[in-house]
Write a protein that binds this ligand. Structure first.
Ligand code: B4P
Length: 192
C-alpha cells in the first residue's frame, strides 16, 4: 500500500498536486477539507460543527476529524491514499500512525510543498475570485497561515524524525512541482 502524505500551508498546491498524484499512482484521495466542505453543504451535524471553525480559519477539533477518518479505512481494495490536509496537528499524526499500524500499514513518504507567504495569499485571493470560497478572504487567510505555523508546522518535525519528510519548491509551475513530487516518491518512499 502506497500512502503519501502531501503537506504544506494553505494555498501551497496540495489539492492541485493530489489530483494528479491519484491518477499517476492509482490511489485514493483523502482531503479532510473536501470532506468537511461536503458535510457543510449538506448541513449535517458534523458540518455545522466544522463550519463554526472553518469560517474563522481555525482548525476543526482533533477528535471530530480523527473519528471522521477512521471510518474511511475499511475498504480493503484500496491501493493507498494521498492524504491532503491531514494530519494537521501532532495528535492527528499520532492517531493516523496508530490507525495504519493497526492494519499493518504505514506512511511511506511525506512531501512538503514550500511556498512564500506573499505567494500563498496571492493564490488564495485569486481562487476566491474564481471559486468564491468563504474562507479565502484576506483576514481569514492570514489566520489560516498563522494557525499553520503554530499548530500544523510541528507535524513536519514529527515525520522528519521518522526520516520520511522531503521538501519540494512549490513556487514553480504546477508541472515542475509535480515532477519534483514524483521524483521524491519514486526515490525515497519507504514502501516501493
Ligand atoms: P483545505 O481544504 O485543506 O484548504 P487549504 O489548506 O487552504 O489548502 P487547499 O488544498 O485548499 O489549497 P491548495 O494548496 O491546493 O482546508 C480548509 C479548512 O478545513 C482548514 O482551514 C480547516 O479549518 C479545515 N480542515 C481541513 N482539514 C483539517 C484537519 N485535518 N484538521 C482540522 N481542520 C481541518 O491550492 C490553492 C490554490 O493555489 C489553487 O487555487 C491552485 O490553483 C493554486 N496553485 C496550486 N499550485 C500552484 C502553482 N504551482 N502555481 C500557481 N498556483 C498554484
Amino acid at each position: 500500500m502506497l500512502n503519501i502524505l502531501l503537506f504544506g500551508p494553505p494555498g501551497s498546491g496540495k489539492g492541485t498536486q493530489s489530483k494528479r498524484l491519484i491518477q499517476h499512482y492509482n490511489l485514493n484521495h483523502l482531503s479532510t477539507g473536501d470532506i468537511l466542505r461536503k458535510e457543510i453543504a449538506e448541513q449535517t451535524p458534523l458540518g455545522r460543527i466544522a463550519q463554526h471553525y472553518i469560517d474563522k480559519g481555525e482548525l476543526v477539533p482533533d477528535e471530530v476529524v480523527i473519528s471522521m477518518i477512521e471510518e474511511l479505512f475499511e475498504d480493503k481494495a484500496i491501493k493507498g491514499f494521498v492524504f491532503d490536509g491531514f494530519p494537521r496537528t501532532v495528535p492527528q499524526a499520532k492517531a493516523l500512525d496508530n490507525m495504519l499500524l493497526g492494519r499493518n500499514k504505514t506512511i511511506c513518504i511525506m512531501v512538503v510543498l514550500e511556498v512564500d507567504k506573499e505567494e500563498l495569499i496571492k493564490r488564495l485571493l485569486n481562487r476566491a475570485s474564481i471559486e468564491g470560497r468563504k474562507d479565502d478572504e484576506l483576514h481569514i487567510i492570514e489566520n489560516r497561515i498563522k494557525v499553520y505555523q503554530n499548530q500544523t508546522a510541528p507535524v513536519l518535525d514529527y515525520y522528519l524524525k521518522q526520516g520520511k519528510a522531503f521538501k519540494v519548491n512549490g513556487m514553480q509551475t504546477e508541472d515542475e512541482v509535480f515532477k519534483d513530487v514524483c521524483y521524491n516518491i519514486d526515490n525515497f518512499s519507504k514502501c516501493l
